[in-house]
Design a protein around this ligand. Structure first.
Ligand SMILES: CSC[C@H]1O[C@@H](n2cnc3c(O)ncnc32)[C@H](O)[C@@H]1O
Ligand SMILES: [Zn+2]
Length: 443
């Protein structure tokens, strides 16, 4: 029996279906959810809701209320490179197109315009928390703070100079200062973002290991993205990249291995031994023909697998619901089993597993009393979603991000009936078009 709050609720939500994700597989019909001070304080059958005073009540009839989606890997400002270089394999795309474009265009103004576009697109897609691996993390953190979304912001580290840092040492120094500034922030967290095993040397990885031991934060890294990466590492180091990271003592429960399309039994044993998370980006892997992450084998081994869109230049959208559907479909094809990654597990991957990968599962990722009210309401009342037998199946297999009607982050209503409440959509479009014209005319 829920405790009746003494003070009025800030907000009472009345959805047709409430899918908490934890406990797994549960769908609550005609329940009410109460929010106070940004947190979930009540989940109870609708008929009990009359007992609660609320400053505001929202009828969400025909809607499914779920935890906000967690986009566990992306490069937010790359929205401005969307469609710039398509239909290429990873290393051609990166070395011949993306890295030259980044050195030509990326500055603080680019990061501001691209990241705001990404935050808006992600809110419209039901994403309440994103992980960013890109340049000028101090600018990204100011924007995530301003616009009310939750984020893990990673400190970019590469062997060479990058926009915003002359070398890796400067990037790390700035990263430590940003961590100090944000360590008590309720929505923002910092992790290290060494780009990939092939682009970061042992000396820099050792510096990161030393810092992580003091700071207790995550490490977020592209790992085993392609077969070529593993083959080259075998030639250069005589070991697979994940084994090298284990030897350098980088692996642990806060290690987030992005991609992992090349996985053998030894890799799985390392991921299990160190309790690492894997972040699966199926659409980027399909588009760059990088390979397939064997999510079913990882799940059977007990590895936490989350989902990310990757950047808009290799996807080409920040649609985590679409990504989750792709993940569910590809898992069936790769494992040869139609029972692989069912709809409930797919939703868990896109929410609670993402929060766990980012070390945020005490705060977000499921609808539980005490967690932040990071929520999304999907509209299942329209024609393409009829009839509804299993609302979670409908969400994963027949909804698109057009079904997203409302988004709350820490109880703040950031998307109200499909409208951004704190961002000017027309201005965002105009700014993106200006950048597109400038970049396109020189490309
Ligand atoms: C450390 S800043 C991020 C760096 O990563 C590049 N990038 C974007 N997508 C991918 C990918 O799928 N694999 C490898 N690198 C990627 C991005 O352009 C930045 O340079
Ligand atoms: Zn990436």
């Amino acid at each position: 029996m829920p405790r009746i709050p003494a003070e009025p609720l800030d907000l009472l939500l009345l959805p047709t279906w409430l899918v908490p994700v934890e406990p797994a597989g549960v769908v609550l019909k005609n329940h009410a959810l109460g929010i106070r001070d940004g947190r979930i304080v009540l989940i109870a059958p609708r008929e009990e809701a009359d007992q609660y005073l609320a400053n505001e009540t929202r009828d969400l009839s025909g809607m499914l209320l779920a935890p906000g989606l967690v986009n566990a890997h992306g490069h937010a400002a790359m929205t401005l490179f969307r469609g710039l270089a398509d239909d290429l394999p990873l290393m051609t795309w990166l070395r011949e197109h993306v890295w030259p474009a980044e050195s030509r265009w990326v500055d603080e103004a680019f990061i501001k315009a691209g990241t705001e576009l990404a935050i808006a697109e992600q809110l419209q897609s039901g994403i309440t928390c994103f992980s960013d691996m890109y340049f000028f993390p101090e600018v990204v953190s100011q924007l995530a703070h301003k616009h009310g979304i939750r984020a893990q912001i990673t400190i970019p580290v590469l062997n060479f100079s990058i926009p915003g840092a002359r070398d890796a040492d400067e990037a790390l120094r700035k990263g430590v200062a940003l961590f100090d500034d944000l360590k008590h922030h309720p929505r923002l967290s910092i992790a290290f973002g060494p780009h990939a095993p092939y682009s970061v040397g042992d000396d820099k990885l050792e510096s990161i290991r030393t810092l992580v031991a003091e700071m207790d934060i995550g490490i977020h890294m592209h790992v085993h993205e392609t077969a070529n990466e593993v083959e080259e590492a075998m030639r250069e180091y005589g070991e697979r990249p994940l084994a090298r990271l284990a030897r350098l003592q980088l692996l642990g429960p806060r290690f987030q291995a992005v991609h992992m399309t090349q996985v053998n039994d030894d890799d799985i044993a390392l991921l299990v031994e160190h309790n690492c998370s894997v972040i699966h980006c199926p659409e980027s892997n399909l588009k760059l023909a990088s390979g397939f992450c064997p999510v079913e084998r990882l799940w059977e081994a007990g590895v936490n697998v989350a989902i990310g869109t990757d950047g808009a230049a290799s996807n080409n959208d920040l649609d985590l619901l679409g990504e989750t559907r792709t993940a569910a479909l590809v898992a069936k094809a790769v494992s040869g089993s139609a029972t692989a990654l069912n709809a409930h597990r797919a939703l868990r991957m896109a929410t609670l597993n993402g929060a766990r990968a980012l070390g945020l599962d005490d705060h977000t990722g499921s609808i539980e009393v005490g967690k932040f009210a990071d929520l999304v309401a999907f509209d299942l009342s329209r024609l393409p979603q009829q009839p509804v037998y299993d609302p979670v199946s409908q969400l994963i297999y027949s909804c698109s991000r057009d079904c997203v009607r409302h988004v709350w982050v820490a109880g703040k209503h950031l998307l109200d009936d499909r409208q951004l409440t704190r961002m000017d959509e027309e201005q965002l479009i105009a700014t993106a078009q200006e950048w597109g014209n400038k970049i396109g005319s020189k490309h």
